[in-house]
Design a protein around this ligand. Structure first.
Ligand SMILES: Nc1ncnc2c1ncn2[C@@H]1O[C@H](COP(=O)(O)OP(=O)(O)O)[C@@H](O)[C@H]1O
Ligand SMILES: [Mg+2]
Length: 431
């Protein structure tokens, strides 16, 4: 299939000119595929993704959202359809497509249009200006969602084989970003292209990859045992999909960061539901299931991961290379709503999930290591954290790598808010 003969590729191409021709072609495509008469076809231009295109249209049945990806032969769209179905059948709240085409070059998914905000939008407002009443509503919604999700985990928890673990798409968010996709070579993938042999610029210190990857961090006086280089090597060894079968598998969304979660308000309460389940599965390695939500909904905020320019205005961070240690001082701290969300993740999800694994005799002794290394891979491989590479600046880059190290490594001595989190969820603590 060449680009010329693919109708979705042609629409993508024309969308760039913004002259209405893409919308007209889309209207024809919708009529041919689904026999619908679409009006008000609108393509969204405010998106970061280079590989997908989405927008809205109306019919006499109401308002709709469409999306399509351009890569052919990957069955991306049917995959998302199938994965939404897995979650819905397990009883999770998730949007399901109402129309789908999997024809080559004409792959498109259609959902009912939502007018709700994403949970990420609601929380960002609370980061910028706390409102205890609205915060309580958000936290209660999060608690309810965690109970629903935990119920599904406990019901679906089952032994999985290394082959099943390795076949789960969720690995594309973790291990597969460390290796070359064709050869499996390490370092490869995003890890190599983002960081290896590059320069790292922070306020007060600039380092080569060799220096940076071998230098320990001391963050606000607490020194960490492992370097960024150590953590990538350890992740490659332990977050290998075939080694993740040891804690069983569950039915999970896997990528339920809050920009894939709707916030539906009614009266004094709100409820949350999932969309965009591209990485969901039935045999998601249990210890990976909640990692993305824990990092992206809590530790990535306020602001530093997704709004680095704003973070640099609000927070200070500086670094000094002294005695072979990168000494970091920063006033970044989680906002009240993020602290509350971490508390919910600890008490209403992780503690109970880990206890269930322990009760069933499948909690690996190194569970804490597995979770910490997986958390470490979230910010480092979701986007390039180096200042100047894309959106990051020296301040947001330093805050980002500091959070990554706190997530991945244990302190040499002393504690931080993450060691407290891990101690609180440890089902064998005090045993
Ligand atoms: N059903 C919908 N109604 C209205 N807007 C939607 C709908 N689904 C997604 N969107 C918007 O489009 C954006 C991208 O959609 P998403 O399914 O998350 O695709 P991607 O694969 O690009 O992450 C979402 O962040 C949301 O703002
Ligand atoms: Mg999404």
């Amino acid at each position: 299939m060449t680009a010329q003969s693919s109708r979705t590729a042609e629409i993508r191409h024309r969308a760039k000119s913004r002259d209405g021709t893409a919308e007209a072609l889309l209207k024809d495509l919708l009529r041919d595929l689904f026999q619908v008469d679409a009006s008000n076809v609108k393509i969204n231009h405010d998106q970061y993704s280079l590989n997908s295109l989405n927008g809205f249209f109306d019919t006499e049945d109401g308002e709709f959202f469409f999306k399509f990806h351009q890569e052919e032969g990957e069955e991306v769209m049917s995959g998302e359809y199938y994965r939404a179905d897995i979650l819905a059948k397990a009883g999770l709240p998730v949007d399901q497509p109402v129309l789908m085409s999997v024809l080559p070059g004409e792959q498109i998914l259609v959902y009912r249009r939502r007018r709700d905000p994403r949970f990420s939008d609601v929380l960002r407002e609370l980061d910028l200006s706390d409102d205890p009443r609205r915060r309580a509503m958000a936290v209660a919604a999060e608690r309810k969602l965690n109970h629903e999700v935990l119920d599904v985990y406990l019901e679906t928890l089952h032994p999985i084989t290394p082959d099943q673990a390795a076949a789960e798409p969720v690995n594309r968010l973790f291990f597969e970003r460390l290796i070359d996709p064709a050869t499996g070579a390490f370092p490869g993938g995003r890890f190599k292209s983002f960081y290896v042999d590059r320069e790292f610029a922070f306020p007060g210190a600039s380092l080569s990859w060799d220096e940076f990857s071998n230098t320990r961090f001391r963050i606000n006086g607490v020194e960490y045992a492992e370097t960024v280089g150590d953590l990538f090597v350890a992740s490659h060894a332990r977050i290998d999909p075939r080694r993740l079968a040891d804690a069983g598998g569950v039915t999970a969304h896997g990528d339920a960061h809050n920009a894939n979660v709707w916030f539906s308000e009614s009266g004094d309460a709100a409820s949350l539901s999932f969309f965009d389940p591209a990485f969901a599965g039935e045999h998601v390695p249990t210890l990976l299931a909640e990692v993305k939500t824990t990092f992206h909904n809590v530790l990535a905020h306020p602001l530093w991961l997704y709004d680095p320019a704003v973070a640099a205005e609000i927070y200070d961070a500086k670094a000094e290379l002294s005695g072979g240690v990168l000494d970091v001082t920063t006033n970044w701290t989680p906002s009240p709503v993020r602290k509350d969300l971490l508390g919910v993740k600890a008490a209403d999800m992780w503690k109970l999930l880990l206890k269930a694994l322990d009760d069933r005799g499948i909690l690996p002794d190194d569970w804490r290591r597995v979770v910490k290394l997986s958390l470490f891979l979230c910010p480092t491989l979701v986007m390039n954290l180096r200042a100047g590479a894309t959106f990051h600046n020296p301040t947001s880059s330093l805050i980002g790598f500091s959070l990554a190290v706190m997530a991945g490594s244990e302190p040499v001595a002393g504690t931080d808010f993450l060691t407290e989190f891990f101690d609180a969820i440890d089902p064998r603590a005090g045993a």
